[in-house]
Design a protein around this ligand. Structure first.
Ligand SMILES: *[C@@H]1O[C@H](CO)[C@@H](O)[C@H](O)[C@H]1NC(C)=O
Ligand SMILES: *[C@@H]1O[C@H](CO)[C@@H](O)[C@H](O)[C@H]1NC(C)=O
Ligand SMILES: *[C@@H]1O[C@H](CO)[C@@H](O)[C@H](O)[C@H]1NC(C)=O
Length: 401
């Protein structure tokens, strides 16, 4: 019974993957899959069957690469409900797991406390969590990449609209065999690539990258410079909130403006341009996808709580607008080319004249609230570009039947 209901659940899933759906590679009520037999996808890339991880005797249903000798499970159906004996009931797999979740350990695929997914703010970001604590943040989607990171391996895409956020990474070269692992042993998100010559998995990339990559390492308005000691320094125009604590390498209180600032007073209020910083946390930001940078500046200037602005997208020479209203959180020197960030402080620039020019054009907007539904599949497991995009569609169907 237990196995049957599991098989039914798996069958439902398989119907959504065309490579599995020919007569010879499906399971049905009449033709269940007994432990010991496997299904192979039509293109010969994936194999599905029962397995026991590491030293465990529990049985799980999983998918692994058929084509490589080292059996590497990339997806598990019944992570929380292994089959122990015939009396065990495996329920159909009804809730969606919308995050990548690490295995507890390499003998036990049940969910650990290390997860990765899309953070639902005004701009999508990829975030890793350790329990409920934010652990690492990618930086916002800038129209081309997340946080400026690009890789020749993938074409990345975020689709953001009022109903959903869909993140896809499409493998450019379909002959590449690759997977992402949330590795709870070391708390890294690791991408591996299969190397045919050495017949082994080679580590391709690993996040966090350095000790500035953890979430908010230097407190509000503090900048993290991995190559320097101490690595936390206040941004130009800011000073430690508590100099004693900052000197003692306790950076949690961060930094405050060093010069007296007065809202919309010439010489006492302006925007200083910073380049090469990771964009601060955007969860409480306001965005407008069509504003120009000059309009964005004027919009920030009008509101005394606005702390900084930047273009939303790097495409078309920079477009759209992000405004930050709280302290600037989780700053670091970017590891990749970064866009300009304009931070408000006692600084003289041409802001008044600019603001006057654009005053008439500025429309007072209401906060854009996206009712975002998280749709993320990078897959723990994941995998072959082809299956990734299918899986996103699959989730899509589940949420929007
Ligand atoms: C987890 O990371 C460690 C250190 O990089 C590595 O030795 C280990 O093989 C990784 N585990 C998996 C399952 O990839
Ligand atoms: C300034 O922006 C904040 C955050 O969006 C908003 O709550 C506040 O009403 C704005 N103030 C004015 C005067 O527009
Ligand atoms: C975004 O900016 C454009 C151009 O300034 C404006 O027409 C539009 O109303 C703005 N949208 C919102 C929601 O503020």
């Amino acid at each position: 019974m237990a196995i049957l209901s599991l098989i039914v659940a798996v069958t439902k899933l398989l119907l959504i993957f065309p490579p599995f759906s020919s007569a010879s590679d499906v399971i049905t009520h009449d033709q269940p899959l007994p432990d010991g037999r496997t299904l192979v996808s039509k293109d010969g890339i994936f194999e599905l069957g029962f397995f026991s991880p590491g030293g465990s005797t529990h049985r799980y249903v999983g998918i692994w690469y058929k084509s490589i000798p080292q059996k590497t499970v990339v997806w598990v159906a019944n992570r929380e409900k292994p089959v122990k004996d015939n009396s065990d009931r495996v329920g159909p797999e009804t809730r969606l797991n919308r995050r990548l979740t690490a295995w507890r350990n390499w003998d036990d695929p049940s969910p650990g406390d290390f997860t990765c997914g899309v953070a639902l703010g005004p701009i999508p970001e990829l975030v890793m969590w350790k329990g409920s604590e934010e652990f690492q943040r990618s930086g916002p989607w800038n129209g081309v990449s997340i946080g400026g990171k690009t890789t020749p391996l993938f074409q990345l895409q975020f689709v953001v609209n009022e109903d959903e956020v869909v993140y896809t990474s499409n493998l450019q070269d379909k002959s590449v065999i690759t997977r992402v692992v949330l590795n709870q042993t070391v708390y890294f998100r690791q991408r591996y690539i299969w190397d045919e010559q050495t017949k082994s998995w080679i580590l391709y990339s690993s996040i966090p990258k350095d000790n500035c990559d953890s979430y908010n390492p230097c407190g509000p308005n503090g900048n993290c410079i991995a190559s320097e000691s101490p690595r936390c320094q206040c941004l130009t125009g800011f000073k430690p909130k508590s100099p004693q604590k900052y000197d003692a390498l306790d950076w949690t209180q961060g930094c405050v403006r060093s010069e007296p600032w007065r809202c919309r007073v010439r010489e006492k209020d302006g925007f200083r341009k910073f380049n090469g910083l990771k964009m601060p946390d955007t969860r409480t930001s306001w965005v407008n996808a069509s504003m120009r940078l000059s309009e964005c500046k004027a919009k920030c200037w009008e509101n005394c709580s606005c702390k900084a602005y930047a273009n939303l997208y790097i495409t078309a020479g920079g477009s759209g607008c992000i405004l930050w209203f709280d302290d600037l959180i989780d700053l670091r020197v970017a590891t990749v080319p970064s866009q300009d960030l304009f931070i408000r402080m006692a600084y003289s620039d041409t802001v008044l004249e600019d603001a006057e020019k654009h005053k008439k054009k500025v429309v007072v907007g209401t906060t854009v609230t996206f009712s975002l539904v998280l749709m993320m599949l990078l897959a723990f497991f994941s995998v072959h570009g082809r299956i990734e995009s299918k899986e996103v569609h699959f989730l899509n169907q589940m949420i929007f039947p």
